[in-house]
Design a protein around this ligand. Sequence first.
Ligand code: ADP
Ligand code: MG
Length: 234
Amino acid sequence: MRKSFGDHQVLRGIDLDAAPGDVVCVIGPSGSGKSTLLRCVNLLEVPSAGRITVGGTEITDPDTDIDAARRRIGMVFQQFHLFPHLDVLGNLTLPQRRVLGRDTEHAVAVARENLARVGLADRAAAYPSQLSGGQQQRVAIARALSMGPEVMLFDEPTSALDPELVGDVLAVLRELAGDGMTMMVVTHEMAFAREVADRVVFLDGGVVVEEGPAARVVGDPVHERTRDFLRRVL
Ligand code: ADP
Ligand code: MG
């Protein structure tokens, strides 16, 4: 798969796959194309060449219903993007009602279940501004989960958080992974990648320089560029 912006080729031939239940962590320096890769998987960006298949559906096929395909993929960003004028429950129920056409009762039940899953069952009536960054990110995760995705994409979900709040969010990701969710996680948290990822992909300059089992890529990288990068982040 390739992606260019004008004549700037940002992703220069990426070939990746994840089996159901896999956790793939994507690491690499700033500007290497990590966000663009995730955005292509969700069709927030349209690849310039190549194909992307999710659960047997080729989402890059012009005949595919993009909205339906996108509903199967949840995405969580570095910035939480919550609706500031809605309380937590409203944040979780609005997209379910608007996009999935669920009635309020159904949407509320799903929302409460997912709030419990991220440890925020007691904050349903709070507004985003009343929550810590870590809590806001957990609400964003619960909101994505409430849509019933088959795959979850996380783009540096803890990078905007104060250090003491990172652990709670990573704990939620760890639990999701344990529940068998298929996940792609862009992260600089190497200890997390090593512990939770089935595979780590090191991206640099728009190509996959190295990929493999987490313990191998993070613990014993083969390529000089990977070693250089890890020396700087570890
Ligand atoms: P990373 O997430 O690894 O930091 P990005 O995927 O955000 O990298 O960006 C990779 C490269 O693509 C950068 O050089 C960036 O400037 C460029 N880029 C990303 N999005 C766009 C866009 N919408 N238009 C033009 N260039 C972009
Ligand atoms: Mg990025």
